[in-house]
Design a protein around this ligand. Structure first.
Ligand SMILES: NC(=O)c1ccc[n+]([C@@H]2O[C@H](COP(=O)([O-])OP(=O)(O)OC[C@H]3O[C@@H](n4cnc5c(N)ncnc54)[C@H](O)[C@@H]3O)[C@@H](O)[C@H]2O)c1
Length: 279
């Protein structure tokens, strides 16, 4: 069903909207005539997003929100409740990236990435679900990553947070359907954004490897954003925009043992490093 037919009020909240995919989603929704609440911790970048939305003919409401803070999410909900009388789509998008060998990732780094990438989505969902349930309608979009499926080596902390977001979304898909609330989980492979700005790793090779993978990315945030909106429209649980994302998803499900044998071989032979131009 066309998205605007399902949600004639056209109200969306997006976290981490000051950059990358969050900004692209704000522009995509605005181009379809939606009212957009953009939230982030970086207010300068958020103002740029709002200006771009305005230049595209829309209007964005800027709200400061650190996704690790339940009180900030509660303020966002209150703002859209009083300002718009409700909400149709929540996009839990904010996130950071990291690499590292499992035995060398400091515990405080584990806590940081779990807070920003996983606990934030838990907080966002539990804050907004009562509102969606009271309305009897709504859609939650959780931005995970193909990392949560592919399980590439030297990325354990990032992989774990994104696998958690996928599991939460799958659970909510079933749990919230009787209450009229849809769920989509976004699982892209690399696409070009500012994600490397906040990348953390104690290993310089891992940074270069990640940078090399980003440099090879063939599509940008705008294409992912359009695919996300189409996925909500089609009622899809999994938004898998890129071919390699669909390949990893199917490969792991159809032949899991063979998938991990291949991954082990690729890791041992340095296939990803060669691909990323690191060796
Ligand atoms: N770019 C990729 O290749 C890629 C691939 C798969 C998944 N993702 C996911 O897409 C999402 C968006 O990332 P992006 O690539 O657009 O990166 P980005 O760095 O361009 O944007 C992320 C935004 O999140 C914000 N943010 C960070 N910490 C925050 C916090 N505590 N509270 C509120 N906002 C915070 C940043 O200020 C930034 O504006 C992330 O969840 C990321 O893991 C990205």
């Amino acid at each position: 069903m066309k998205l605007e037919k399902r949600f004639p009020e056209r109200r969306v909240v997006i976290t981490g909207a000051g950059s990358g995919l969050g900004r692209a989603l704000a522009l995509e929704f605005a181009s379809r005539g939606w009212r957009v609440a953009v939230t982030d911790i970086n207010m300068a970048r958020l103002a740029e997003t709002a200006a771009q939305v305005a230049a595209a003919g829309g209007s964005a409401r800027e709200i400061a929100c650190d996704v690790t803070k339940p009180a900030d999410f509660a303020r966002v909900l209150e703002a859209v409740r009083t300002g718009w009388g409700g909400i149709d789509v929540l996009v839990n998008n904010a996130g950071v990236a990291a690499g590292g060998f499992m035995d060398r990732i400091p515990m405080d780094e584990w806590e940081r990435i779990i807070d920003i990438n996983l606990k934030s989505v838990i907080i966002g969902c539990r804050t907004f679900i009562p509102q969606f349930a009271a309305q009897g309608s709504g859609h939650i979009v959780n931005v995970a990553s193909n990392a949560g499926i592919a399980s590439l080596a030297e990325m354990s902390s990032y992989n774990v947070t994104k696998a958690g977001v996928i599991s939460l979304s799958e659970t909510l898909r079933v749990e919230l359907a009787p209450r009229g609330v849809g769920v989509t989980v976004v699982c892209p492979t690399f696409f070009k954004t500012n994600l490397m700005d906040g990348f953390r790793s104690s290993d310089e090779r891992q940074r270069r490897l990640a940078e090399g993978m980003f440099a090879k990315a063939s599509i940008g945030a705008g294409e992912i954003a359009r695919h996300v909106v189409r996925s909500i429209e089609r009622g899809r649980l999994y938004a898998l925009a890129q071919k390699d994302a669909r390949l990893a998803w199917r490969g792991k499900r159809l032949a899991p043992e063979a998938y991990f044998r291949f991954l082990g071989w690729a890791y041992r032979t340095g296939m990803f490093e060669k691909y990323a131009g690191v060796r």
